[in-house]
Design a protein around this ligand. Structure first.
Ligand SMILES: [Zn+2]
Ligand SMILES: [Zn+2]
Length: 64
């Protein structure tokens, strides 16, 4: 039941993302702290075949 667990943005500390532009991120996107389960770009559970709307290369990513 941890699939929708909130993640914290490593740059601004926001506890909900993706949302508006992140003022503190070099890419202007919130990037989560890796927890080994959720994509750091969109915060949803990591699924390889799916496209990530918020990732620079359109792929979900688990860590940095
Ligand atoms: Zn942020
Ligand atoms: Zn993603």
């Amino acid at each position: 039941m941890a699939e929708n667990r909130k993640m914290i943005c490593r740059y601004c500390g926001a506890d909900h993302f993706p949302g508006p532009t992140c003022q503190h991120s070099p890419t202007k996107k919130h990037v989560g702290v890796c927890n080994g389960v959720n994509c750091i770009y969109c915060g949803t559970k990591f699924v390889i075949p799916q496209t990530c709307q918020h990732s620079p290369d359109k792929r979900h990513k688990l860590d940095n």
